[in-house]
Design a protein around this ligand. Sequence first.
Ligand code: KG4
Ligand code: ZN
Length: 339
Amino acid sequence: MTRFIYILGIETSCDETAASVVYNGRTVLSDVISSQIDIHRPYGGVVPEIASRNHIEKISFVINSALSISNIPRCKIDAVAVSNGPGLAGALLVGLSYAKSYAYALQKPLIGVNHIEGHICSNYLHSEWEPPYICLVVSGGHTHLVFAEDYGKYRVLGKTRDDAAGEAFDKIARVLGLPYPGGPEIEKLSANGNRDAINFPKAFFKDSLDFSFSGLKSAVMQYIIKTEKNSGYKPCDVAACFQKAVVDVLTERCVDACNLFGVKKLAVAGGVAANSSLRNNLLDLCKKQGIELMLPQIKYCTDNAAMIASCGYYSGKTDDLNLNAFPNISLFESGVLNG
Ligand code: KG4
Ligand code: ZN
């Protein structure tokens, strides 16, 4: 008989307070997110102290809602999974402390989850996707090209040497006077722009699958300063050409990784994976190259707790109540990734 494992996932690493109940790592029974975007928007980015305070205010309500929507009684929860890094220290500690108390009260295991691995696991939600595959993780803080050889077994093939892709979107949006978070705003503005109007540089390293977006960022800023002095610039063209430069590099490198490692399966994860230009480019190129592509539902690309619950299910480990938060933990240090 199939056993149903119900995991309560908790996510508070940045500016979303989220809780979710997922069974057998794939089926989302509830997915509750309280976003702080409107609170941080006037500051142009996330203010850590404000984020922590808001997590404290919202977490009980969010977890109770997730449990009640799932219709799973507390006593049937098999484990509590929580992101314990990377992320903002104070923000992580709110979710972690709550998860510890919950696991202790229920007398159920606690599972610490690496937030980046959580994003990778968003591909398993409501899907039959399985390793091995190449995964591009593109969020506000991370840009990694990973070979997911098996559940919980990964190899980093490339990563950004400076800005993360989402960070570059947010910074250019700010220069263009767009509100936080910049990614969706740049995407919207690009829709009216000519993506061939300006030729911004794309960084490809010769013998490496690493990324770099700082040169592109500087080129966009210089273009804005230069054209402001003369005839002015068209913000929609700048947005469209910047987005094209980022998307082209990400797409080409994904396909390179698949071909280099002979893996004909590709997945994406993280907030930037919600970008429709990236999704469409990948669909086109993967079709041409015979690569099977997995695009997680857009709501599971940005931070959520369903991906954390799924990751807890596949992590195959439990932690004790001394588990700490690791704001700067890398994929290697967490013991999650190797190679
Ligand atoms: O994964 P996420 O929610 O949080 C982190 O773990 O960082 O990603 C947030 C990032 C932000 O930089 C945001 O601007 C970007 O994802 N983002 C997008 C889009 N939606 C969110 N970037 C480009 N296009 C989008 N549609
Ligand atoms: Zn994230």
